[in-house]
Design a protein around this ligand. Structure first.
Ligand code: GDP
Ligand code: MG
Length: 598
């Protein structure tokens, strides 16, 4: 019977340890895609994923594997992202599975996201299969990594498969282990439908496509379904699986991972984590669903063309279907007009959302400087949550500002502990403890302001440890802090979208650094532009952008008219992503300048 032959599993790992490459080999070795169609990181279907070489979205595929026991098994494989900003995708994937293949790079060993992913898998009671990858590399140390897996994670690694996802070596053993060690799904086929929505996407023709794991019962076209959380009812138009292209099926049964369409045009009706059941014969209780994610960082998103405000709203609603962690609400800025304050899980997430909005929905956007949420206690005893620096109350009204802190775990080789501690200290970190993992590696734990972590901390950490440190963090309360709002004035006008919040100790230094940055970023005009930074009425830094004298095109030193035309065209396109603030043209980078200061 079909169910007994199903295996649902995710591939999880720290970033770059080889998940997507292993998924490629598995697709190839099960003849799911032909050699002709095969390309690297096949499941990374977004252009953005291919360009950046990272997985952003979970991806579920069905494939068929003929095992050594002579029987054919149905695998539902979910490839997941490794970056900390996308761990929400991982936790949703895992809830659809019975097992997880844990890939560990034999040259890097156990890293922060290796651990984080294992904990997620253990929360869901999954069977974890450790595999050690990249053993084709001369610097591979599989025995040492086995020891790390046992010591750091407490998983038995004695039978861990040693593989090269690149060459395919050992991958056949992984396939057999999936059959023999990961349990088949259970779930009664006779019971009413109970299916978990773990992802969704909006399709202009089919409406909302729901990615589901069927826990109980069956579903087929023509069935009347109920989305339990929203109460919406629909008739199923199509069910199927991705292989990796969508493939229609007559029916999905308990244990299957696939998709359902039902001409769902009302986006509000669907929510990741909701339970789908029969409308006429509903199941008694919905599934537990997912815990809500709270955004770590907020920024304003504004269309460069104010007329596109409604397009942006529609795009955000559609994108939220495919990215449940995205949050947004309308806001207005004096400088930028109507837009949205959006919440993200981190800066990479923010970057990805902006790019997807621009590419998939053809929008031109300005993103304002990111900010964390400050808990502001007013003199009257009330509290307000401030996610937009421009909305920070007047200093006279503030009793105390509390800023969010995180518990940061940094895994690093011994030699770099000094460098890591110095960096954490410089970023206002408070040392918590240090654990020696083995004779070469240390887990350094700090309490740090979230605002310091999300900006350039990760880059600095990588550069001060030659790439060896890995980082994981979780929110850990708030602490009172001496903070100040710094306003930027261009040509004498305060630009609300450029305001930012800084610790008082760094305020002057950052203000000076920002005005210098802006001076470089903002193009010269035919008049002089003063740039000032102020706390309240007090100017703490200033500079001027000199007026230009000559025609801009005169700066293009080329006689070739073709090349000249191309360069001018480039300049024009660059100009599109600028915003006229008063008489001053300000490019997008200006709003991010605050990220690039010390
Ligand atoms: P992911 O971030 O976990 O999905 O990692 P990828 O599958 O994108 O792989 C990251 C990098 O490691 C890519 O450049 C791969 O080509 C490389 N890689 C993956 N597996 C192997 C392997 O077994 N051997 C070698 N030498 N390189 C590998
Ligand atoms: Mg990947």
């Amino acid at each position: 019977e079909r169910q007994r032959h199903i295996r649902n599993f995710s591939i999880v790992a720290h970033i770059d340890h080889g998940k997507s490459t292993l998924a490629d080999r598995i697709l190839e070795m099960t003849d799911t895609v032909s050699k002709r169609e095969m390309q690297d990181q096949l499941l990374d279907t977004m252009d953005l994923e291919r360009e950046r070489g990272i997985t952003i979205k979970l991806n579920a595929v069905e494939l068929h594997y003929k095992a050594k026991d002579g029987e054919t098994y149905i695998f539902h494989l979910i490839d997941t992202p490794g970056h900390v900003d996308f761990s929400y995708e991982v936790s949703r994937s895992l809830a659809a599975c019975e097992g997880a293949v844990l890939v560990v790079d034999a040259t890097q060993g156990v890293e922060a996201q290796t651990l984080a992913n294992v904990y997620l898998a253990l929360d869901d009671d999954l069977e974890i299969l450790p595999v050690i990858n990249k053993i084709d590399l001369p610097s591979a140390q599989p025995d040492k990594v086995k020891e790390q897996i046992e010591n750091d994670i407490g998983l038995d690694a004695s039978d861990a498969d040693l593989i090269s996802a690149k060459t395919g070596l050992g991958v056949d053993k992984v396939l057999e282990d999936i059959v023999n060690k990961i349990p088949a799904p259970d779930g009664d086929l006779e019971k009413p439908l109970k299916a978990l929505i773990f992802d969704s996407v909006y399709d202009d023709y089919r409406g909302v496509v729901l990615s589901v794991r069927i826990k109980e019962g069956t579903v087929k076209p023509g069935d009347k379904i109920l989305l339990m959380n929203s109460g919406a009812k629909y008739e199923v138009t199509e069910v199927g699986v991705n292989s990796p292209k969508p493939l229609k099926r007559d029916m999905l049964i308990a244990g299957d991972v696939g998709y359902i369409t039902a001409s769902i045009k009302d986006i509000q009706d669907t929510r990741v984590g909701d339970t789908v059941t029969n409308a006429d014969n509903p199941t008694d209780e919905p599934l537990a669903g997912y815990r809500e994610m709270s955004p770590m960082v907020y920024s304003g998103l504004y269309p460069t063309d104010n007329a596109k405000y409604n397009d942006l709203r529609e795009a955000l609603e559609k994108l939220k279907l495919n990215d449940a962690a995205l949050e947004f609400e309308p806001e207005t800025s004096q400088a930028l007009g109507f837009g949205f304050r959006c919440g993200f899980l981190g800066l990479l997430h923010m970057d990805v959302i902006q790019e997807r909005l621009e590419r998939e929905f053809n929008l031109e956007l300005i993103t304002t400087a990111p900010s964390v949420t400050y808990d502001v206690e007013l003199t009257d005893g009330s509290h307000v949550a401030v996610t937009n620096p421009a909305e920070m109350p007047e200093t006279t009204m503030i009793k105390q500002i509390n800023e969010p802190y995180v518990r940061a775990e940094i895994m690093v080789p011994n030699d770099y502990v000094g460098a890591v501690m110095e960096l954490c200290q410089r970023k206002r970190g408070q040392f918590v403890t240090m654990e020696y993992l083995d004779d070469n590696r240390v887990n350094v734990i700090y309490q740090m302001p979230l605002a310091e972590i999300i900006f350039d901390f990760f880059d600095k950490l990588k550069s001060s440890t030659r790439g060896y440190a890995s980082l994981d963090y979780e929110l850990d309360g708030t602490q009172p802090s001496e903070l100040a709002k710094i306003d930027i004035l261009l040509n004498g006008d305060r630009v609300d979208a450029l305001s930012f919040i800084s610790h008082k100790e760094f305020a002057e230094k950052r203000a000076r650094s920002i005005v210098e940055k802006l001076k470089k970023i903002i193009p010269r005009q035919n008049f002089e532009i003063p740039i000032q930074a102020a706390i309240g009425a007090k100017i703490i830094a200033r500079t001027n952008i000199k007026a230009y004298r000559k025609d801009v095109t005169a700066r293009i030193h080329t006689g070739d008219p073709d090349r000249r035309a191309k360069l001018l065209d480039k300049q024009k396109r660059g100009k599109k992503r600028m915003k006229a603030l008063g008489k001053v043209e300000v490019p997008q980078q200006a709003f991010m300048a605050v990220l690039k200061t010390d």
